[in-house]
Design a protein around this ligand. Sequence first.
Ligand SMILES: Cc1cc2nc3c(=O)[nH]c(=O)nc-3n(C[C@H](O)[C@H](O)[C@H](O)COP(=O)(O)O)c2cc1C
Length: 212
Amino acid sequence: MSFLDAMTWRYATKKMDPSRRVTKDKVETILEAIRLSPSSSGLQPFHVFVITNQALKDQIVPIASGQSQVADCSHLIVFAAWDTYTPERINQSFDYTIAQRGVGTNERTENYRKSLIAGYCARDPEINFQHTSKQTYIALGIAMAAAAIEHVDATPMEGFDPAALDTLLGLREKGLRSVTMLPIGHRDEKNDWLLALKKVRRTKEELFTHLD
Ligand SMILES: Cc1cc2nc3c(=O)[nH]c(=O)nc-3n(C[C@H](O)[C@H](O)[C@H](O)COP(=O)(O)O)c2cc1C
């Protein structure tokens, strides 16, 4: 299946079949796509929770306005962004990259590190959280595309109470705040009202301006 066929096949599934699990290898592929997603300065300023515990998924349903996909999905992926940038977090990321590459550091890297620490750590944490949240959306988008290629259904979700989810998962104590969720599973073809409806997108003419 081509990439565009997969993007056409996918839709924000409204009803998942709770009896169908996503296979381990497909889950691993989707999670690896998240891990490989790019982020600003390579900081990957988020953590991803993969929830299969049914009781916990059931507890999240009311936090997500009763959306049934949360309970019926095979795996519930929760993207939680760093609540702010700190020198420790930035240093850990730089030190890890330097160690992984095994080539030592250099002036350019160290100047970049210093400029990020000076620039980010002095800012209002709320501004930093906006920035870290944006990075989760890149991973969310890539996860959706990866799921589609694997013929796994997925529903991107912002329709939940982040503060309530943070409390339930104990995220604030970990310096994290929930941003989006992505239930993955398999569509319930008989009962999903959205499946029969045309996928609607703005026309190319309306969406794109080519400046040749
Ligand atoms: C960031 C984001 C948040 C969304 N939140 C929800 C949600 O909470 N529940 C839901 O059923 N769909 C949600 N959607 C799905 C969109 O409504 C859907 O992607 C859009 O209408 C396009 O339709 P399609 O994905 O079926 O092609 C969300 C999509 C995005 C990208």
